[in-house]
Write a protein of this length. Structure first.
Length: 557
């Protein structure tokens, strides 16, 4: 039986009783012929505050052209964004992870409220990608995700720049290592136009993960934002969603457990962001699929790091695209037997068929083969221990250290730690502890790029460690552990750490430990009292009351 292309919109628009609805559509320019075709939502995240999503309205027009050419009626709408690079290091950053839920909710509500038959979601900066995908999975209507693309690298004094360099330049300036003139030069030239952050930070991590997941067309996301080919792939996405409608292929048939394991392999092979753990667990829950922290560690142990990408490596996302992009990474993983090959994708081809199409540009140096990897195992590991009974996440793609043991320096707010670094109060060997920054305690689980970049800029990156129940930007590198669960606000053991307690981070043993007896830990926990909520009303208060643990994807329930 053929899939009904107007499986939802018939109810909304057909028959005499629906004349009022049709009259509203006609008021804004839709014709009777338009309303007899499938209604396909085209969501995007355009906002006049960031380059990450600045090309979305242009791409939406191209998607709409593709939908019309293939026999559908596109309906454009927008959702919100909160831009990490701007909000970072301020109270505003508490809104970032919360925005993922709002994005998902808002897209879901528009599509449910107007009975759309399909959806193309255009995404950009970090939370827009998982948020839009969560909505698509909830709706389970034929659709796909198109990433707006990466920004090109900036140029200053003969070197390529990303936003990571600006954050680290702040640390270098505060430490007296560069002049104010040089800081301003880096600031001026780092971001040359539209597109999301250029390294394998969270946006590009999730972009590549969605190609491996099969919910974005393989190779489409990797086209940089201002590359002329981006308009063409946007048009093709419009045609493709109509093909998905005709075949009836729905998102939950694509986002399976095996597909999620493929996505994790892609994250590991590219040295991707720790945020992928939160977001892929959230996608799994929306699709009704079992996925845990331990799955990430298992895949990491057997997946080599192949892509030499910032923040730990040398190259940017546009470099990777020119080298062969995610299709080439997938090809290497396929040849090494690291993929579940039969999983479907939105192109109609299996992920194995897509991987076979991967080709390397002659002479490229960005993507290694599995026989000559940058690292033999993946870029993320899961640690446990008496400080993280539910687990925590560490990125090791650029790290040679495997062990750090040192005294705790405890901070209950990110800003206090940043001030201590600026005041030169952090010493080599220290383990910085930033707590009450988790999903509930923050609330909002802020990223710590201002702090970690300040450590790098001060020359301390190789000599200290940092642990937190908050998050890290994909641009973070160093001996950093995040997502500690249970978080401090829930009475997790990180809440009872004191200055000068000895902490141990052991990568090989997958261990995060405080050197205290279990009796002493229990004693301190018994004495602990939860802090008062930082927000008593509004969206952040609502989020704090409903959000789950980081180990469960930090989702609102």
């Amino acid at each position: 039986m053929a899939f009904d292309l107007r499986h939802n919109s018939r109810t909304l628009l057909d028959g005499p009783d629906r004349a009022p609805a049709r009259s509203y559509f006609k008021a804004v320019g839709f014709s009777d012929e338009d309303l007899k075709r499938p209604l396909v939502g085209v969501s995007h995240c355009w906002i006049e505050v960031t380059p990450c999503n600045f090309n979305h309205r242009r791409l939406a027009e191209k998607v709409k052209e593709g939908i019309r050419a293939a026999g559908g009626t596109p309906i454009e709408f927008s959702t919100i964004t909160v831009t990490d690079g701007i909000a970072m290091g301020t109270e505003g950053m508490k809104s970032s992870l919360v925005s993922r839920e709002v994005i998902a909710d808002s897209i879901e509500l528009v599509c449910r409220g107007h009975l759309f038959d399909g959806l193309v979601a255009i995404t950009g900066c970090d939370k827009t990608i998982p948020g839009s995908t969560m909505a698509l999975l909830r709706l389970n209507i034929p659709g796909l995700i198109l990433y707006g693309g990466s920004i090109m690298p900036g140029q200053y004094q003969g070197r390529d720049l990303t936003i990571q360099d600006v954050f680290e330049a702040v640390g270098a300036y505060n430490s007296g290592n560069i002049s104010l003139k040089e800081l301003h030069g880096i600031e001026k030239y780092a971001c040359p136009g539209a597109g999301a952050c250029g390294g394998q930070f969270t946006a590009n991590t999730m972009s590549t993960a969605l190609e491996m997941l099969g919910i974005s067309p393989m190779g489409f996301n990797g086209v940089p934002a201002m590359d002329p080919k981006k308009d063409q792939v946007a048009f093709e996405c419009g045609r493709l969603v109509m093909k998905l409608l005709r075949t009836g292929l729905k998102p939950r048939k694509i986002v399976t457990r095996k597909a999620l394991l493929n996505a994790i392999a892609g994250v590991m092979a590219t040295g991707g962001s720790t945020n992928a753990v939160l977001h892929l667990i959230a996608l799994a829950k929306e699709s009704g699929v079992r996925l845990s922290l331990d799955d990430f560690d298992r895949v990491s142990r057997k997946t080599p790091v192949l892509a030499d990408l910032k923040p730990a490596g040398r190259f940017t996302a546009p470099d990777m695209y020119s080298a062969g992009g995610m299709p080439l990474v997938a090809r290497h993983l396929l040849d090494a037997g690291k993929l579940h090959t039969e999983e479907p994708t939105v192109t109609g081809r299996s992920i194995g068929e897509e991987a076979k199409r991967g080709r390397a540009k002659k002479g490229q140096r960005v993507i290694r083969s599995v026989t000559q990897p940058l690292k033999k195992s993946g870029g993320l590991v899961i640690l446990r221990g008496n400080l993280a009974p539910e687990g925590c996440v560490m990125k090791i793609s650029g790290e040679e250290r495997k062990l750090h043991r040192g005294p705790a320096r405890v901070f209950d707010r990110e800003e206090d730690c940043f001030k201590a670094i600026k005041a030169d109060k952090i010493k080599p060997g220290d383990v910085l502890v930033i707590r009450y920054e988790g999903p509930k305690g923050g609330p909002g689980m802020r990223e710590m790029l201002s702090v970690t970049a300040a450590l790098q800029g001060a020359g301390l990156g190789e000599h200290v460690a940092l642990i937190t129940d908050g998050r890290f930007s994909g641009a973070t590198h160093g001996f950093m552990v995040g997502h500690i669960a249970p978080e401090a606000a829930d009475g997790g053991p990180i809440a009872i750490v004191r200055n000068k307690d000895t902490l141990v981070l052991d990568v090989d043993k997958r261990l995060l430990q405080v050197e205290l007896s279990q009796a002493e830990i229990k004693k301190r926990l018994k004495q602990w009292k939860p802090p008062k909520p930082r927000y008593k009303n509004g969206v952040l208060a609502k989020y704090a009351r409903t959000v789950s643990s980081a180990s469960e994807g930090a989702m609102t329930v």
